[in-house]
Design a protein around this ligand. Structure first.
Ligand code: ZN
Length: 411
């Protein structure tokens, strides 16, 4: 698939700071240690609905990872998928009496527009599940051949993954069996599917059913399971042991646990990724934002209401990416006010020296993306610039460049 348009990221004078991030698997903040090319995979959308603020917050967090690595002189190989075939997409198309292909294309196009408006640096590889079916089929074949997978023996010969096959199952989430069972049932798993060897075994290939789209393959007609899609897309573009596997915290289990286990079984190597990084959930006015509650706030809706995407960006960054937090009208008002004040300050002909503020911005971001304190570092400079003033003619441009490059906010 075509990703969205590229976003220029300027170089920032001064000394970059290496990035430390919380790793779910290790349960602690630890340094990222990329080579010349940093490798990141972030799970993409299932395009049955528009991008809501929870999605946006997740992609903004990983955009900052991307930007801090660029600041440190790495190239970044960023891969993101689009789950353009899966049950939620088919269910929505059925509900709305719409062609699922048209629905997926429309929502993917809207997602691209939203990401571009928010100035998220695009992935180098933006890969759909449908276009990946040949490589997924090949991988299912390998897992069957090695004994990591099996077919259910009934009228629908679905292929399942023996969840313990990699020998490392559970290391990513660190959840106990009870928690795994609960999340597996809640988040798209099928513990009660008759004929499985174990309730936690995960679907790799769903044999064709009447009325469902399917693809011919050497496995028989069918369509791919979700976890394997991400495993294969990541593995075939980044290789095993890439730097960051990212997504929302609702992907910790089962999605990321199985994506890792599939890839580790396919290669016989470990680990799938060096860091597993998860963004918190965004609620609305204190309630969880969800389809079922009907309280989703869409980026495109805000854009339609002529909200400046940079104000949305600042509003979402004024909270730690790992914290579950709430979206409120006040948060957006505060983001817009901050944006206006920052823009006023960088229009000054001279201002106080900005070097310390930029160093502080780097320091805060490098510490597990502490965006709240990073924003306050810029606030402090802006406050001084607008009240006391200063004689440094280069300072406003330095702030403009640093805020653009490191926070993705165009002033
Ligand atoms: Zn994924």
């Amino acid at each position: 698939m075509q990703p969205w348009s590229s976003v220029p990221v300027p170089r920032v004078p001064g000394t970059p700071r290496p990035l430390r991030l919380f790793d779910t698997s290790a349960g602690e903040v630890k340094p990222t240690e990329p080579g010349p090319v940093a490798r990141m995979y972030v799970c993409g959308i299932t395009p049955y609905d528009a991008t809501h603020l929870g999605h946006a917050a997740t992609y903004l967090a990983f955009d900052l990872v991307h930007r801090v690595w660029l600041d440190n002189g790495h190239q970044v190989h960023y891969v993101q998928n689009v789950t353009d075939i899966d049950d939620p997409l088919l269910e929505r198309a059925e509900r709305d009496n719409e062609d699922w292909v048209v629905l997926a294309m429309r929502e993917t196009a809207l997602f691209r527009e939203d990401m571009e408006a928010l100035r998220v640096v695009p992935p180098a590889d933006f890969v759909g599940a449908v276009e990946s079916i040949p490589e997924i089929v090949e991988s299912v074949g390998k897992l069957l051949a090695s004994g990591a997978a099996y077919r259910v023996d009934d009228e629908y010969p679905d292929v399942y993954f023996r969840h313990q096959a990699s020998g490392h199952f559970g290391y990513e989430s660190n959840y106990d069996g009870e928690t795994m069972a609960a999340f597996f049932a809640e988040r798209g798993g099928d513990p009660d599917r008759a004929g499985k060897e174990h309730p936690l075994d995960a679907l790799l290939w769903r044999a064709a059913r009447d009325g469902e789209p399917s693809w011919e393959s050497e496995l028989g007609p069918g369509r791919p399971g979700w976890h394997l899609e991400c495993s294969v897309i990541a593995l075939n573009r980044l290789g095993l042991g890439f730097d960051v596997q990212g997504g929302g915290s609702d992907l910790i289990f089962p999605h990321h646990e199985f994506s890792a286990a599939h890839a580790e079984s396919l290669t016989g190597e470990f680990p799938f990724a060096k860091h597993y990084v998860h963004a918190g959930m965004i609620g609305l006015d204190g309630e969880k934002m969800s389809k079922s509650k009907g309280n989703l706030v869409f980026v495109s809706r805000l854009r339609g209401d002529r909200v400046d995407p940079m104000a949305i960006r600042l509003a979402l960054l004024d909270g730690h990416y790992r914290t579950d937090r709430s979206w409120t009208a006040d948060a957006l008002t505060a983001g817009a006010a901050r944006l206006a004040r920052w823009r006023q300050a960088v229009e000054l002909e001279s201002a106080p020296s900005a070097e310390a503020a930029v160093a502080e911005l780097r320091e805060r971001l490098s510490d597990d993306l502490d965006t709240q304190q990073a924003l306050r570092a810029i606030d402090a400079w802006v406050e001084e610039a607008l009240t006391t003033g200063g004689s440094d003619a280069e300072a406003p441009q330095l702030i403009r460049t640093a805020v653009d490059a490191l926070l993705g906010v165009e002033l």
